[in-house]
Design a protein around this ligand. Structure first.
Ligand SMILES: *Cc1c(COP(=O)(O)O)cnc(C)c1O
Length: 396
């Protein structure tokens, strides 16, 4: 197999070509190697491969597969990471990264505003293994400073919080964490791989749920952990290959093809998200429209310093609480009710009764999740159709 060289390409070119491996047939589109095992020419070759496999040499699909490898290389080249390991889902990536970095007796500091399952790992699973966890308001650097200690091994955060779209200063948090030698792990789903150079901001490990913008059409689950070769090929891969959270080759093939159109999709979705946030600003049925690049966003300057665009999600705080929010959801015709995001289809979620239902009223209040808050993942539909749909449902 022949790998394509990538040196100084721009992001869009990398997304189309990086990591492509071609068989002796010279196929144009990346091949789907739907195989769990690999044959060896001799017993000696099998022995040698189990001692150390070379680049393009595989043993078993739980450890690696050519199609999965193409996905890992393409996203690693895009991010500017030395290496990547693909996983069965975004949660497998988060769990794999944290479990391989932490030991009993270690201390973890995490932002409180986390995706529900991430919060479960941090609050419920890690403490079972003797890992001490401190949760902070991620937007307040003083809280990070006060929480981080000499035995803090990892800090963990989501770069834009779900669903309130608060922005965390990754550079600031990284400086605080690195001063005590802690590893900075960023779950970067909301900022997307297109709009933020997360490693340049100081992150050591970056995680994506590929289920979101990378697939972008709601078909497959997947995840990926990116970082130094030493970490990925060392503790991370060792943990994941023995515990079995490998990405399916079929899903990897969908994700490789998803990356080819990801920049175009994210650009179009961000353009529409910005348009909707501007057009809905000051609407009489709303307390607030939240969008990281909106002129009234309290961290607008930080968002603009960290990201090229404001992302593909907006949140609306609807006057009248849950009854008004439910009425709004039920009146939408184009925007459908679902909890995925980054999809070609615009989707709306009522976090208080779905994704964040598990939290207590106090926890939700601390996170700013009111009963009237709805999150809209902006899709690829015409922006004027979406605006008319949202305005019509607000009028109901
Ligand atoms: C969706 C999501 C996850 C989990 O990803 P899955 O692919 O559903 O396992 C983790 N973190 C964030 C921020 C997400 O949006």
């Amino acid at each position: 197999m022949e790998s394509v060289a990538v040196e100084n390409w721009s992001a869009k070119t990398k997304l189309v070509h990086a990591g492509a491996k071609r068989s002796q047939f010279g196929e144009l589109s990346e091949a789907l190697y739907l195989t769990q095992g690999f044959l060896y020419e001799s017993a000696e070759q099998a022995e040698a491969r189990f001692i150390e496999s070379g680049e393009d040499e595989f043993i078993y699909a739980r450890y690696g597969n050519p199609t999965v490898r193409m996905f890992e290389e393409r996203i690693a080249v895009l991010e500017g990471a030395e290496d990547a390991f693909a996983t069965a889902s975004g949660m497998a990536a988060v769990n794999g990264a944290l479990m391989s970095l932490l030991r009993g007796g270690d201390h973890l500091v995490a932002a409180r505003a986390l995706f529900g399952s991430c919060l479960f790992i941090v609050e419920d699973i890690l403490p079972r293994f003797g890992i001490e966890v401190t949760l902070v308001d991620g937007t307040d650097l003083n809280e990070w400073k006060a929480a981080v200690r000499a035995d803090t091994k990892v800090v963990f955060l989501e770069s834009i919080s779900n669903p309130t779209l608060e922005v965390i200063d990754i550079k600031g948090v990284s400086e605080i964490a690195h001063a005590v030698g802690a590893v900075v792990v960023v779950d970067n789903v909301f900022a997307t791989p297109v709009f933020q150079r997360t490693f340049d901001l100081g992150a050591d490990v970056v995680i994506y749920s590929a289920t979101k913008h990378i697939d972008g059409q709601g078909r497959c689950l997947g995840g990926v952990v990116l970082g130094s070769r030493e970490f990925i090929k060392g503790p991370l891969q060792t943990y994941l290959k023995h515990t079995g959270a490998a990405m399916s080759p079929f899903n990897a093939w969908v994700m490789v093809k998803g990356l080819e159109t990801m920049a175009l999709r994210c650009e179009a979705q961000a353009t529409t998200a910005a348009f909707l946030s501007e057009e809905l600003f000051g609407h009489e049925a709303l307390n607030r429209v939240a969008y990281p690049f909106a002129k009234d966003h309290p961290q607008q300057n930080l968002a603009k310093a960290q990201m090229e665009r404001g992302g593909t999600v907006i949140s609306l705080d609807i006057k009248g609480g849950k009854p008004a929010a439910f009425k709004f959801l039920n009146a939408l015709k184009i925007v459908r009710i679902s909890n995925n995001l980054g999809d070609a289809k615009s989707l709306v979620t009522h976090p208080a009764t779905t994704t964040h239902q598990r939290l207590s009223d106090d926890q939700r209040a601390a996170l700013g999740i009111s009963d009237g808050l709805v999150r809209i993942s902006v899709g690829l539909e015409d922006q004027h159709d979406l605006l008319a749909d949202i305005r019509g449902a607000l009028a109901s």
